[in-house]
Write a protein that binds this ligand. Structure first.
Ligand SMILES: Cc1cc2nc3c(=O)[nH]c(=O)nc-3n(C[C@H](O)[C@H](O)[C@H](O)COP(=O)(O)OP(=O)(O)OC[C@H]3O[C@@H](n4cnc5c(N)ncnc54)[C@H](O)[C@@H]3O)c2cc1C
Length: 438
């Protein structure tokens, strides 16, 4: 293994950030042109805007609209180096990070590796269900959905049922947004693309294990979003806990079964903890326990931010919600603290107030909970769109997304339904570069 360690000067200033998601990217941006020599390591060479994965999966947006090449972002930042490699291990005793492309030495380490899909140890689900936690998984899901209907054209009658059932598991914002989008695909787009097929036979199910979808939102938002979905034809099953899935039939704990070869798993996440981090600092959800300055408990120069960080505060006794806004705010706060440390000043504790939560179900249908008001419908939908456009990284992508949304608003259609499958050479190339997903 090459030891391509950071060859930069000024020890005490070598800062390694693991992960270029909402937290890691923001931290690197806030510290660009600071006294730190930053190495930003991610398994992908781009930042992913996860809240719009479902629009890639349902062929509404191109992946490039929600992915941002890291090297371009830091073209003009002399103190930020990007490394596109997978982290294998962290050795805190020797202050080094072992990656697939070499070993990097740090003075300060920030872990911002986020989360991955949690199948709760069920190997069948892991093998057969489709997760949506990366851009590549969203593209895989898009291919799956589009291929499904190509297959339906030639399917034998007894195979048709499992093709025509799409089951989304997990009634959080991701599951709600995805099943709403699938219902719109069924109503507006598929009948035009496949005029010979009978889409009354296509069923979209949303399964939620608890008594309500969007359980973290207000009762009004829960009720309205569920009504929206049901009016759009989605079969919402609450108290529906998935027990197993063999690629053909999903079996619930209460014995109910649905035949499907399209099971989308949006029912849980677990922390991407790098090997080498002691189990003693792990909390519920496989998150790393940190103090109120995001310092990993028991360590001096190792921090964790974003989804992976578990910080108990009087306001958040069970840790902060795993949301992009929290990740960004923790990163900004840590940047200020790291600057303070460098300048010999005191650090400050992180305080967080949730600005609100929201989810969109479909055209002119969304729900928004703000601290003092909750609203639904067209205004909520416009609010959701405006906010997401504001959060998109650059002006060009904002414009592309806006144009795509405007076209599909007026035409109820998109032009993005390409089935792009990898070639054997692409798979080999990815394997050589280690960046293939298992
Ligand atoms: C489908 C979906 C929809 C969502 N919608 C919303 C929403 O509407 N609003 C909201 O606030 N939040 C939403 N979230 C949650 C939000 O995306 C996360 O809270 C946020 O991404 C957390 O930021 P992070 O930087 O901690 O982790 P991430 O953004 O997940 O970034 C982690 C980074 O670490 C990298 N990484 C991980 N392991 C390794 C490794 N071993 N080696 C190298 N690199 C590694 C990953 O490639 C990734 O780039 C959604 C999430 C999903 C999946």
């Amino acid at each position: 293994m090459a030891t391509s360690a950071n060859r930069q000067s000024d020890s005490s200033s070598r800062l390694i950030i693991l992960g270029a998601g909402f937290a890691g990217l923001q931290l690197a941006k806030k510290l660009r042109n600071s006294g730190y020599h930053i190495t930003l390591i991610d398994q992908y060479n781009y930042h992913q805007f996860q809240p719009l994965f479902y629009q890639v999966a349902t062929a509404r947006l191109e992946p490039s609209s929600i992915s941002f090449p890291l090297r371009k972002i830091f073209q003009r930042s002399k103190n930020v180096r990007v490394r596109n490699t997978k982290v294998r291990e962290v050795n805190t005793a020797e202050q080094k990070v072992v990656t697939e492309d070499g070993v990097f030495q740090y003075d300060v380490l920030v872990i911002a590796t986020g989360c991955t899909t949690n199948f709760f140890g069920n190997k069948n689900l892991e093998q057969y269900a489709y997760p949506m936690k990366s851009t590549t998984e969203a593209i895989t899901l898009r291919n799956r959905i589009l291929l499904n209907f190509e297959d339906a054209l030639n399917a034998a009658p007894d195979a048709l049922e499992e093709i025509m059932n799409i089951v989304v598991v997990g009634g959080g914002p991701t599951g709600v947004e995805l099943s709403g989008s699938l219902a719109e695909l069924k109503k507006n787009i598929l009948p035009r693309d496949y005029p010979d097929m009978d889409f009354s036979k296509l069923n979209v199910y949303l399964l939620e294990g608890s008594p309500n979808t969007l359980s973290a939102m207000s009762a009004a938002s829960q009720h309205t979003s569920q009504t929206y979905l049901e009016n759009m034809g989605v079969q919402v099953w609450v108290n529906a806990v998935v027990q197993d899935y063999d690629g053909h039939t999903v079996v619930l704990k209460d014995g109910r079964q649905i035949k499907t070869r399209n099971l989308i798993w949006a029912a849980g996440i677990t922390g991407n903890v790098p090997a080498g981090i002691s189990k003693e600092v792990l909390a519920r959800g496989n998150r790393i326990k940190v103090d109120q300055c995001n310092r990993v408990v028991g360590m001096q120069n190792v921090y964790a931010i974003g989804d992976i960080a578990y910080m108990e505060t009087p306001e958040w006794p069970n840790g902060h919600p795993q949301m992009a806004n929290v990740a960004g705010k923790q990163a900004t706060h840590l940047a200020t603290n790291l600057q303070a440390i460098k300048n010999g000043n005191k650090t400050k504790q992180f305080r967080y107030k949730l600005p609100g939560t929201m989810a969109t179900v479909g055209k002119r249908k969304a729900v928004v909970d703000l601290p003092f008001i909750s609203f639904q419908g067209v205004v909520a939908w416009l609010f959701w769109m405006f906010l997401h456009l504001m959060l998109i990284l650059n002006a060009k992508n904002k414009l592309i997304i806006f144009i795509n949304w405007a076209i599909s608003y007026f035409t109820n259609d998109t032009t993005l339904r390409l089935i792009l499958m990898p070639t054997r050479k692409q798979v080999e190339m990815a394997k050589q570069h280690h960046s293939i997903e298992e």
